[in-house]
Write a protein that binds this ligand. Sequence first.
Ligand SMILES: [Zn+2]
Length: 231
Amino acid sequence: MLLPVLRPILDLMSPPVCLACQQELPASAEMLCLHCWYELPETHQHVCLENAFAEIFWGRVPIVAGAALYYFSKSGRVQRLIHQLKYERKSVIGIELGTYYGSQLRQVAPFNTTQVVVPVPLHPKKEKDRGYNQANVFGEGMAKSLGVPVCCEVLKKNEHTLSQTQKSRLGRMQNVQQSFRLGNPEDVKGKHVLLVDDVLTTGATLEACASLLMEVEGVSVSLATIAMAGD
Ligand SMILES: [Zn+2]
């Protein structure tokens, strides 16, 4: 443990910086400067159920509701945050954004009727390399704000799937569907599940996981991610 007297000296040597713009952070701020919090492009999709997120799943899987917290653009602030969450062991980003989004979702129907948070699983080897599953930490933050448990054993990622690049589009979709299985379905039986992931791209992963969850008796599924592509 550091001697208290050393802390200010160490902070002077490497003061905490905003994880989105790298500017020095004031002592009162956590993770992001006020300017970046303000500039992050929120989608507000949770207040309008017919949104661009939910549209992706129309005709594919009957979700209750779906929403992303932010729009994601190449080399923007959100991209930088997600990169650090996935590859630079900044789990605080997942926790903070999850806590923030959970506090918004708990105020609106039907998100406020979700009873359990289930993160999209990561391959165990990837999880070991990264130190954690980024969807788990985001899910933990959300569950805390929503006042519900997070269950990481409901869905499992299968060990062996072929490289995505070697397959046709149809082959890739089948590959995604086959790369997950149910682990402990009892945890979600009869419940409204909030399935969470870091980013929505094609929707294939969330579709595969939501379909599996709906095989469990009495399960309905809503979706939430940190970001989706857009403006
Ligand atoms: Zn900043």
